[in-house]
Design a protein around this ligand. Sequence first.
Ligand SMILES: Nc1ncnc2c1ncn2[C@@H]1O[C@H](COP(=O)(O)OP(=O)(O)OP(=O)(O)O)[C@@H](O)[C@H]1O
Ligand SMILES: [Mg+2]
Length: 310
Amino acid sequence: MNPSIVTSAAPPNPFSCALAASGIAELIAQLERELVGLAPVKRRIADIAALLLVDKMRAEHGLKGGAPSLHMCFSGNPGTGKTTVALRMASILHRLGYVRKGHLVSVTRDDLVGQYIGHTAPKTREVLKRAMGGVLFIDEAYYLYRPENERDYGQEAIEILLQAMENQRDDLVVILAGYKQHMDRFFASNPGLSSRIAHHIDFPDFGIDELARIADLMLETMHYRFDHEAAEVFGRYLAKRMAQPHFANARSVRNALDRARLRHASRLLHDPLSVADLATLSTITAPDLLASRVFDAPAEAAPQQEESPC
Ligand SMILES: Nc1ncnc2c1ncn2[C@@H]1O[C@H](COP(=O)(O)OP(=O)(O)OP(=O)(O)O)[C@@H](O)[C@H]1O
Ligand SMILES: [Mg+2]
């Protein structure tokens, strides 16, 4: 946990009291409990929360500094938690009174850019209207810019977004998300946009131990568990799956668990000796995992897409 903002051991001061009263300390503690790893991300969220809290207290003393710009870029590989953190961010910003409603509107290029002349502006404005008072999350934002296509209307959407990001920044936070290299290229071609993003936050890939902890957390929320052997097999599964193409971090873990649940259910149905007690219904065993193709696929026959390693 970030010691700069949640200091259970430190004696309370007016700031930590205000933090507790705002409910933010609890939201940050929840982030810590429910999200594995992501230390730099959590640190940045805590810093932003501290800034907004102190700003609020400054305003009460007549010290007006203007609303800080909070537009962000979340860059990272698939399944590293970008969407999940954006949702939490929306709640935190709402709790701190930075945005009125705290909802998240998640869009991609197709929601913003029209196919014909005159279609893009109304589409983008409609999305902005829906997002006002909350967070506008633009996934795979680099697709907005397609220099290779002459008749591309993405630039028009970018111009309208830029205006809203500047003029309505006290009521709207825009988060652009996508893979790091693509985002870097996108910003290089759109310096206007880049300069309006105050926070560039990198989401690192998870290590194998973190992925195993994520699996445990997911199992816990779904009321399942691995038995001892299954936990060991899952470690081996992860090592193999991570080396294959289209590995998608925590999303691959979720998919693997969903498939294990399917096999668990079929096993119970087809085994004449099955009993329907609590332990049986909630325990995933080694065979539920070992049936995965990940264990027999040689590296060159690796899955073509995330859905296929079943
Ligand atoms: N740090 C984490 N701890 C626990 N679960 C996580 C963590 N990060 C992500 N997850 C879980 O993994 C899944 C994928 O996360 P999420 O959709 O936020 O990733 P993403 O970076 O937005 O992926 P994509 O780039 O593919 O859109 C979700 O079910 C989420 O709850
Ligand atoms: Mg996402």
